[in-house]
Design a protein around this ligand. Structure first.
Ligand SMILES: *Cc1c(COP(=O)(O)O)cnc(C)c1O
Length: 499
């Protein structure tokens, strides 16, 4: 409709964007990859971009992501009003800095940091958990190096122990900061890090063990308490003093409200730092994460830069310099607007909707539920029988209804299991849960009427459409479907995934 001659297929190296609609303003097509020579009117620029963006998925139907897609209009007002505030200008915006400090303290207290009344917490706001994890990892690496140097031992081969289910940011940390990643393999019926195996991997070069509260794959919590116990025993035997970081990107704003008795945080002696994504169940739009350390001693001083303003000491420890203030302000809004009560209600509601969805999916009778009843409100499920059709086809078909539900294979050694995952967020309500279950039922029934795309019996393998083969004559419908699937995968570049 609106964009007429624009090439939407990435393969067509069309370098220009043109639009009959906006051609009222734009006589010349706008180059796609080069800075245009001339300006266009602001309404034309708006129209062109707005129209192109219509082809994006709807964020609220994007069930692949943990990241917040809805906030109250009052908070959006605060966000808009602070768009032009650079967070790093602490002298100029001391109130924003103060709000960040309050957030850090609120989170540290929520995670049971051992703080006296007068003491302030050690932590920082980041762009997300990824940056938070880089900082936490660096602190462990530096502490370990300092200790090794003092002992006169080699400090050039640091490693970190995690489960194979870690989010990609841990692999980034390992590669960017030259730390060997030692992954505990999963198994076909256990999809998180096994604390026993993790402790076995620990050696004198281990900077820390990273446990996940809310596995990205299934939402399951790892057993941090058991890890703490086993590691304490090992430390007694070896004297290595290995400590724990908890990646609570998604679970950090679930566990304190739903499972207050679950010990996973600073109540455990070996847990020294924790990260959490403000933009996941912290309920803020993308662009905010947090990392907190248990005590000042857990963050080596040489990593901190000090800024003095208004007579007080402002320590800073981040990877980036300039960034927006809006997300910090929005986080503070959520904390005071919702309070403990509000967060608890929202998380309970998410779980209630996850259970509705679970019931609907169980009723279909074709799926095994992989996710647990305790954890992040995520529903992960696999096909009982994928000899004819796979979860990847279900994911593709659901797109036609507008749903974005990712399908993926599990990490080693559970790659044989392919699952669909729905992240239940605050804005995914009861009605949508019922609707989604009904649509999944419809898709499964539709697939029953279609020929299998599987070229092998391996249930997990993404079907690769066969080359046109003259000997095997395919029905027209089959060929059409293969072309459609191939094209879709090509366009999407399999970019759906765990995030
Ligand atoms: C989302 C996620 C991350 C990365 O967090 P961002 O806030 O997106 O940078 C890290 N670890 C886990 C377990 C996650 O779920």
């Amino acid at each position: 409709m609106v964009i007429t001659s624009a090439a939407t297929h990435p393969d067509e190296q069309d370098e220009c964007l043109s639009s009959t609609f906006a051609s009222r303003y734009v006589r010349q097509p706008i180059p796609r990859y080069k800075l245009p020579d001339n300006s266009v009117p602001k309404d034309a620029a708006y129209q062109l971009i707005n129209d192109e963006l219509m082809l994006d998925g709807l964020p609220r139907l994007n069930l692949a992501s943990f990241v917040t897609t809805w906030m109250e209009p009052e908070c959006e007002k605060l966000i808009m009003a602070s768009l032009n505030k650079n967070y790093v200008d602490m002298d100029e915006y001391p109130v924003t800095t103060e709000l960040q400090n309050r957030c850090v303290n609120i989170i540290a207290n929520l995670f049971h940091a051992p703080l006296s009344e007068q003491e302030t917490a050690v932590g920082v706001g980041t762009v997300g958990s990824s940056e938070a994890i880089m900082l936490a990892g660096l602190a462990f690496k530096r502490k370990w190096q300092t200790k090794r140097k003092a002992e006169g031992k080699p400090y050039d081969k640091p490693n970190i122990v995690t489960g194979a289910n870690v989010q990609v940011c841990w692999e980034k940390f390992a590669r960017y900061f030259e730390v060997e990643l030692k992954e505990v393999k999963l198994s076909e019926d256990y999809y998180v890090m096994d604390p026993v195996k993790a402790v076995e991997l620990v050696d004198e070069n281990t900077i820390c063990v990273a446990a996940i509260l809310g596995s990205t794959m299934t939402g399951e919590f790892e057993d941090v308490k058991l890890l703490n116990e086993l590691l304490t025993e090992k430390n007694k035997e070896t004297g290595w003093g290995t400590e724990i970081h908890v990646d609570a990107a998604s679970g950090g704003f679930i566990a304190p409200f739903l499972y207050p008795d679950l010990e996973w945080d600073f109540r455990l002696p070996l847990v020294k730092s924790i990260n959490v994504s403000g933009h996941k169940y912290g309920l803020v739009y993308p662009g905010v994460g947090w990392v907190v350390w248990k005590t000042k001693e857990d963050l080596p001083d040489e990593l901190i830069f000090h800024i003095n303003y208004l007579g007080s000491d402002q320590p800073t420890f981040t990877l980036n310099f300039s960034k927006g203030s809006s997300q910090i302000i929005a986080q503070y809004y959520q904390f005071i607007r919702l309070g403990f009560e509000g967060y608890k209600n929202i998380m309970e509601n998410c779980w209630a909707n996850a259970r509705t969805l679970r019931k609907g999916i169980e009723k279909i009778g074709r799926f095994n539920i992989i996710s647990k009843d305790i954890g992040v409100p995520v529903l992960a499920f696999s096909l009982k029988d994928s000899s004819k059709h796979t979860v990847f086809e279900i994911s593709d078909e659901l797109r036609k209804y507008g749903w974005i539900v990712p399908a993926y294979t599990m990490p080693p050694d559970a790659e044989k299991i392919a699952i669909l995952r729905v992240v239940v967020r605050e804005d995914f309500n009861h009605g949508l849960a019922e609707r989604l279950a009904a649509d999944i039922d419809r898709v499964v029934k539709l697939l029953d009427t279609l020929p299998s795309l599987n070229t092998t019996n391996a249930a997990h393998v993404t079907p690769i459409p066969a080359e046109p083969n003259e000997k095997v004559k395919k029905s027209e419908k089959e060929t059409q479907r293969e072309v459609a699937v191939y094209w879709k995968r090509f366009v999407e570049g399999k970019k759906l995934g765990a995030c």
